[in-house]
Design a binder for this molecule. Structure first.
Ligand SMILES: Cc1cc2nc3c(=O)[nH]c(=O)nc-3n(C[C@H](O)[C@H](O)[C@H](O)COP(=O)(O)OP(=O)(O)OC[C@H]3O[C@@H](n4cnc5c(N)ncnc54)[C@H](O)[C@@H]3O)c2cc1C
Length: 426
């Protein structure tokens, strides 16, 4: 199958508009750290513009209130939107709301879609996803938060952490163990839990490398939550009981692709800063652009970004053509590869800016801290490498005779036998 990443004229116009919007409207807003309410007020007219252009929630099926794009077109859009860390908030594609919208759209009952999905898509509600626990993250079979069936209701007990946006969320999608005796990947169920339900306690906004002093109620904080005897009706279950892991896997495939394209946008922005700096900064008799080390960094960064971009567009195209399940290896590859490119390009951009790069007068320092988190969120690098290797090796068989198929002495024997065989006329 040949690849096709071409775009039509309408898409080109759309992408050019998004680029201008992000550079001139979103990027300047990053310079002021607005509290959530103030941000909403400032963002409202910008969001209205995005909606008027039919670009709001482009990851979501129009049947659920989105403006639905295929993964490839969405990838190209996310790359530009992701140049700014607030771009996704202005385009209705901010995680974890975006993934929660997809889950509610795919698995929600009519009532759940009405009550939770509609306000989420309208931008009047926020949500969080609570899967990770202090004692279990990469390996979800170790989760302990319990979801016990009591008659026709459910009781939730446990502690989650690093649930992004939980302190500003109206509801959470929580993964709990509903059947501890079932096979490891059939034990968990996802429930929708209202933030103000009795027994729900958002304990804290966790100080992190991303934000060492998080202000309470700020978008993008990561939170610790305790659930104590939270009483839930049967209707709180999203999808079917026991399908929690499978549904989360389904969600995470496209979500990782969206992250990756945003990271390429961030890497490109760091690269643009790197290039600008070296054209004017003088040191030891010449501008930095004339030093060979700097030239190596520029060439390496350009090659790495191009490779990451092609790999990611290819993964998007694979999801569009064969589906997310069969594109699992492609998704695992980009999740660890793109993040490394992101980290390395930002690191070089910080370095060429010297003390200015290290200061908070440039966005590079916060981009750098966020890039570090990207190596862990949605699964750490090591787990994605392991997944990719496992899937890539799945159809590779060891040679029956234990001799490598490219073993030259053996091939030479075969070649000699062929060469000495008498010529047979057909
Ligand atoms: C910025 C950020 C936002 C997040 N947002 C959310 C959110 O909204 N909701 C949510 O539920 N969670 C969220 N998380 C949590 C995230 O999903 C987990 O941190 C992640 O899955 C890793 O789990 P863990 O922290 O428990 O690390 P562990 O599972 O303890 O792993 C620790 C380390 O062990 C190593 N390791 C683990 N498994 C293997 C392996 N198989 N082979 C080799 N090495 C391995 C890796 O180096 C890994 O980094 C977020 C995390 C971050 C950093």
């Amino acid at each position: 199958m040949s690849w096709d990443f071409s775009t039509d004229a309408d898409t080109d116009v759309e992408l050019a508009w998004i680029r201008d919007f992000i550079d001139t409207r979103a990027v300047p807003l990053e310079a002021i750290n607005l509290p959530t309410e103030e941000f909403q007020r400032v963002a409202a007219p910008l969001i209205a513009e995005v909606k008027a252009h039919g670009l709001w929630a482009a990851h979501l099926d129009p049947a659920h209130g989105g403006s639905g794009r295929g993964q490839l077109r969405l990838a190209l859009m996310n790359e530009i939107v992701g140049r700014s860390r607030i771009g996704p908030l202005l385009f209705g594609t901010n995680p974890p709301d975006s993934g929660n919208m997809e889950m509610l759209g795919a698995h929600g009952s009519l009532e759940q879609r009405e009550q939770y999905l509609k306000p989420l898509v309208a931008g009047t509600a926020r949500s969080a996803v609570a899967m990770t626990e202090p004692g279990a993250g990469s390996d979800p079979t170790l989760l302990t938060t319990s979801l016990e069936r009591v008659g026709d209701r459910w009781r939730l007990n446990g502690r989650k952490w690093f649930a992004s946006n939980a302190s500003v969320a109206d509801f959470f999608l929580v993964m709990g163990v509903s059947d501890p005796a079932a096979a490891p990947r059939e034990r968990a169920t996802i429930v929708i839990v209202d933030r103000d339900a009795p027994g729900v306690n958002v304990l804290r906004d966790i100080p992190s490398m991303e934000d060492p002093e998080p202000r309470a109620g700020q978008i993008e904080n990561h939170c610790e939550i305790e659930f104590t005897d939270v009483d839930l009706p049967a209707e709180a279950v999203l999808g079917d009981p026991g399908r929690g892991f499978a549904m989360m896997q389904e969600r995470l495939g496209p979500a990782r692709l969206h992250h990756c394209m945003r990271w390429i946008g961030q890497a490109q922005r760091a690269f643009d800063m790197l290039c600008e700096r070296v054209t004017y900064r003088e040191s030891h008799g010449s501008v930095l652009a004339e030093k060979q080390t700097i030239q190596n960094w520029i060439a390496d960064s350009a090659a790495e970004i191009a490779a990451a971009r092609l790999l990611t567009l290819h993964a998007a195209w694979r999801i569009d053509t064969v589906g997310a399940k069969d594109a699992r290896a492609d998704i695992a590859l980009i999740k660890f590869y793109d993040v490394k490119v992101l980290h390395d390009v930002i690191d070089r951009a910080v370095q060429v800016h010297g003390s200015l790069g290290f200061s908070a007068d440039l966005p590079l320092e916060s981009m750098y801290r966020r890039a570090r988190g990207a190596r862990i969120l949605d699964g750490p690098d090591e787990v994605h490498r392991q997944t990719a290797a496992r899937l890539l090796l799945r159809n590779v068989q060891p040679p029956a005779d234990g001799v490598p198929s490219e073993h030259l002495p053996t091939l030479r024997k075969t070649a000699l036998a062929m060469a000495t065989r008498p010529f047979e006329q057909s």
